[in-house]
Design a protein around this ligand. Sequence first.
Ligand SMILES: [Fe+2]
Length: 311
Amino acid sequence: MALHRLLEMEIGVPDPARLDDFYREIGFTGGHGSWGAADQPGQIKVVEAPYRQLRSVRLGCEHEADLAATAARLDGLGVKYQSGGGRLKVTDPINAWDLVVEPAAPFDVSPQPVRAMNRPGERNRLGARAEVVTEATPRPPRRLGHLVVGTPKPVETIRFFTEGIGYRVSDTIGGGIAAFLRCSPDHHNMLVAPGAVPYLNHYALEHDDFDAVMRAATLYLRAHGDEANLAGPGRHQIGGNIFWYMLDPSGNIFEYFADMDRIVDDEAWVPRDDWDPSDSWSIWGDKDQPEVFFQPADMQQIIDGWARAHS
Ligand SMILES: [Fe+2]
C-alpha cells in the first residue's frame, strides 16, 4: 500500500473566521484557519476564497520511492506535476484541485477507552452509570476521515485519482459513475460523484463510537437549530458507517461518522456495485438521501464562481 494517510485538506470560503468559531465549538484544537483533533492538529486548513470550494488535499505515502511511482503513473496519463524536496504536487487537470503526496509515518488516532455496554449474554456495565451520561465533556471528533466531491467528469476524475494518484477503489455506484476511493485502510477517504461543476459535497469527521456521534450532533443542533440539520442519524450500507450530516456556518456539509469498514488486505476486498436501492443510503433510519444533499443552497454561487474562475 503506497498511499496510507489523508494528511490534510484545504478549503476556501468567503468568511474563514466563522469556521474558526465552529471548529473551536466542536472541540478541535488550533486557530486562524488551521484546525484538527489533538492527535492530528492542522488537518483542516481554511483560507479565504470567493466561493465555497475544495482547494487541495495532502496525502501520505510510505516511501520516497512511491513519489517516483506516482510520477511515472502521471507521465502515463500525460499529466504534468512538480516533484522535488521530498514531495510531489499535481493539479487535477479536470477539477483544479491540488494534490500533494509526501512520505509520512504510519499513524492512526490514539485509542480512547471503550465504553462499557450491556447486552444480552454480555453484561459489561455493572453498578456504573453509562459513561456518555457521566462524562464531564463530550468526546470530540478524532480526525478528518473523508471528503466527497462532485465533478462534471466523474469517470475521468476517478481514473485520475486511481491510475494517477494511486487511490484504490472500495466500491462503486451505477457501474462506476461514482466511486468510493481509499488512500488508507478506511473504506473511503474520497467519494467522487457527479456534479454540475467541481465542488466539495461534504467532509467527514470521525468519532469514537455511536454515542459520540449522537451526542455531538445533538449538541450542535440544539445550538444551531433544525436548519443546520441535513440527514441522520443512519448507517450507510456502503462503507457501513454510522452517520449524521449537518451544515457548518460556511454552508459546507459536514458529517460525523463512526465504525466505518476497514480494509487491510487489498487483495481480499471485492468491490461491489450491486446495491439494493431500497436501502443503499441507510440500512435503518431515513430511506432516501435528501435532495438538498446534491443541491446545497449555495450551489448556484459555486457554479457561477467556478465559471468566473475558469472561463
Ligand atoms: Fe460521508
